[in-house]
Design a protein around this ligand. Structure first.
Ligand code: HEC
Length: 102
């Protein structure tokens, strides 16, 4: 199986945030929910989707918060961000920001 570097870090971050055993919490939004569009490595395969790898962490965080509130309008991203907690958004922003850019 393809194992991206950094995925372990995310799992660790999520485990820390979830406080241990609750890690298997089924509702948690993880990088797997984003990979179809943004790539597990943060490099989008579709030219209509932005790369996230190496982007500023604060910027990624702010954009996801804006999608969540509807301030930044985009149907798919609104749908994705709608149920995400601030902790999940922070963990995903940190994950993608830490990946090497294209
Ligand atoms: C169905 C495809 C799809 C999925 C799934 C998806 N995205 Fe997106 N994402 C997009 C598209 C398309 C855009 C560009 C939005 C626009 O044009 O404003 C975007 C934009 C973004 C941006 C803003 C990037 C920038 O440069 O401004 C962030 C951050 C982001 N997505 C994070 C995520 C995360 C985290 C997930 C998983 C929870 C996710 N996305 C899941 C399609 C998707």
């Amino acid at each position: 199986m393809f194992r991206p570097r950094g995925a372990g870090l995310l799992a660790l971050a999520l485990a820390t945030l979830a406080g241990g055993p609750a890690m298997a919490e089924p509702r948690a939004t993880t990088v797997e929910n984003c990979a179809a569009c943004h790539g597990v490595d943060g490099i989008a395969r579709d030219t209509e989707v932005p790369h996230l790898a190496g982007q500023n962490e604060r910027y990624l965080f702010n954009q996801m918060m804006a999608f969540r509130s509807g301030k930044r309008v985009h149907k798919e991203m609104r749908y994705m961000a709608r149920n995400m907690s601030v902790e999940e958004i922070a963990a995903l922003a940190a994950y993608y920001a830490a990946l090497p850019p294209r």
